[in-house]
Design a protein around this ligand. Sequence first.
Ligand code: NAD
Length: 509
Amino acid sequence: MNATPADNLDADETLGHFINGAAVADGGRSLPVTNPATGQVVRHVALAAKSTVEDAIAAAEAAFPSWRNTPPAKRAQVMFRFGQLLREHADAVVALLTEEHGKVLDDAMGEFGRGLEVVDYACGIPEMLKGEHSKNVGPGIDSWSEFQPLGVVAGITPFNFPAMVPMWMYPMAIACGNTFVLKPSEKDPSAPLYCARLLKEAGLPDGVFNIVNGDKEAVDTLLEDPRVQAISFVGSTPIAEYIYTTGTKNGKRVQALGGAKNHAVVMPDADIDNAVSALTGAAYGSCGERCMAISVAVCVGKETSDAVVGKLAAALDGLKVGDGTDTSNDMGPLVTREHYEKVRGYVDLGVDEGATLVVDGRDLSVPGREDGFFLGPCLFDQVTADMRIYQEEIFGPVLCVVRAESEEHAMQLIDGHEYGNGTCIFTRDGEAARYFADNIKVGMVGINVPLPVPVAYHSFGGWKRSLFGDLYAYGPDSVRFYTRRKTITQRWPSGGVREKAQFAFPSNQ
Ligand code: NAD
């Protein structure tokens, strides 16, 4: 299978959906999909009507009884073949990521690899579903807990990791025995469709995995339909809160991961050169469009702050921005013109708010790519906690330096922020690092690690307004999220023995 979902599509033609194991065309509403490096429309994507989403839910519901009863080891074999096919077709998926998202190819391969890790993890599902057993909980009575799949579950995903974030969800959901309806981002929809075809080729029965492309109408249908048992969402905080509130009101299990403002603390004793290298990659990689991107550097002390700002400015001078398909580039464009305008507006705002714009990427022009959505790296110094550029998620290549007096002061800033996704500290002092990791009110913490994204066998999630719900994405939490515990207690009384009614509550006392 070398063809991509977009094969033979002209710019005026439209990507549809993937329902019950087949591509489904849609002549209804649609949106253009743009290559952000060129500014050109590369194809269109359908926006599903309510009835189309209902068809996908019906297909998933019909596929559930048989998939639920498929032995976990057989489900694992499908995941194993899926992983093999993904490896064989990595270049094709990665090319789609760069074409529609804009990120450089290396970065796209990194994203793809982290998604693949979850597929590999899902291959161990028989071990994870073993349950708990107790013999003789009472005289001749045994009891066990098992973890049953929920039924039809849905995923709604953001533009910034079009392959990885869906893979945070559907491999584990499916391996647990559920059937799935994915609503990917309408900005870069091709990679998930490509993966759906590989999953079918890996032997997944039709209807177990379905994709509906769409917007709010599709999402609201998933939120309202009583057949959908659970929803995993990743995206911005206002929408995450809406999904969580509406989904739980409708009786669904919901995990909704939201936005972020990730702070890196640079202590005076840190290896400043290495910290600056780490910060440069973590702040400007993927054009800052990562929920784990470092968007605030909190430098402790004047000397540290001056050194970090000076070295960052020098590093940004050498950063290469351009089309993501050119492997010599470090950073590609922003995803859409609308997002470019928004991020640029934040840079203007920071200047108005009185922060010092040390590196200004606003005038960048990429030769031959004048219509692309390129913004050069921007660096603000002297940012304070009352500024909107500090408080709000910008989601672009903009790093704010805040000067702090001490580790405590830095930690107060982080704890006072509404988001709590990721953070990190650069230091050589084990005691300071341990205190930071132990006490900071953030879900994922790095110690001299700028992007502490948990590996597939841990779980991913933030605190505060970066996550609505109780369970994190992938890893052990995903088994709990995508299954429901059932506890069964059994005894086999001897035949022929007449038993009296027991009115006391059963106990071992
Ligand atoms: P977004 O919230 O705009 O969209 C996410 C999904 O919600 C998309 O599928 C979109 O179609 C849908 N959606 C958008 N508006 C909607 C509405 N009004 N009603 C119902 N559905 C709606 O997010 P985005 O711009 O695609 O992605 C960037 C955001 O995602 C950033 O805030 C980033 O921090 C966040 N993100 C968070 C994590 C995390 O793990 N916490 C990971 C990746 C991205």
